[in-house]
Design a binder for this molecule. Structure first.
Ligand code: SF4
Ligand code: SF4
Length: 206
């Protein structure tokens, strides 16, 4: 189980340069899915002629399911500069993996609650940290892809692209740098130091 909370509009709008396709997940909406806020935001952007299209569906964390659902939106996605995803971190990473050349924007933060979470493919992990960094990391989660959950770049210990903690695992930050280079967003690494609010990690125990 999880909670998704829409990020502040002021934090999202700078990511929406050009046209936007809205993708909204209804999969894990049992708890506090920000349905009303997302609908209101969508209406605002439609009125401003910013949207090429939108889809509200369930379980966007399942790539096969999502491929089928998006089939009839191919042109609208092609026409969009940005895919704005309103889901947990797993859903955002699924979309970023399907459209590696597109800018995919994580529009929600994901908080943990015990229990079920969608149909999570293991390779797209989210630890529900409550402060989603995917917009700075090209849609690859630094909390799960890096053994140390570093959020400000790599530790310097990688050898031949492999993690110093787990030599069987590719260094998550090398993956992030490759993805950012692929989508022309290496500038994201120049932003000021990110601070992590560990209080949001532990809603379960509050
Ligand atoms: S940064 Fe990672 S762990 Fe945190 S919400 Fe985003 S995908 Fe989940
Ligand atoms: S080698 Fe890479 S993945 Fe491993 S801990 Fe360092 S930065 Fe993280």
């Amino acid at each position: 189980m999880l909670i998704t909370e829409m990020k502040q509009k002021d934090a999202l709008l700078p990511h929406f340069s050009g046209k936007v396709f809205f993708l909204v997940c209804h999969g894990c909406k049992e708890v506090h899915f920000p349905e009303a806020e997302v609908e209101a935001f969508k209406a605002e952007l439609m009125a401003a002629d910013k949207l090429t299209g939108y889809l509200t569906t369930d379980y966007i964390c399942n790539p096969e399911n999502l491929t089928l659902r998006l089939a009839k939106h191919a042109q609208a996605i092609d026409d969009a500069d940005v895919i704005a995803v309103f889901s947990c971190g797993v859903g955002v990473q699924t979309v970023a993996g399907m459209y590696p050349a597109k800018k995919v924007v994580a529009c929600c933060d994901t908080y943990a609650l015990p229990g079920f979470q969608g149909v999570t493919p293991l390779e797209y992990d989210c630890k529900q940290c409550g402060q989603c960094y995917l917009n700075l990391t090209g849609g690859i989660c630094p909390i799960t892809a890096c053994s140390k959950s570093l959020i400000n770049g790599q530790c310097g210990g990688a050898k031949n692209g492999m993690c110093e903690v787990d030599p069987n695992m590719e260094c998550g930050w090398e993956r992030i740098q490759r993805r950012l280079a692929q989508i022309g967003r290496l500038d994201a690494l120049k932003c000021s130091v990110q601070l992590r609010n560990y209080a949001t990690d532990d809603l379960v125990n509050q």
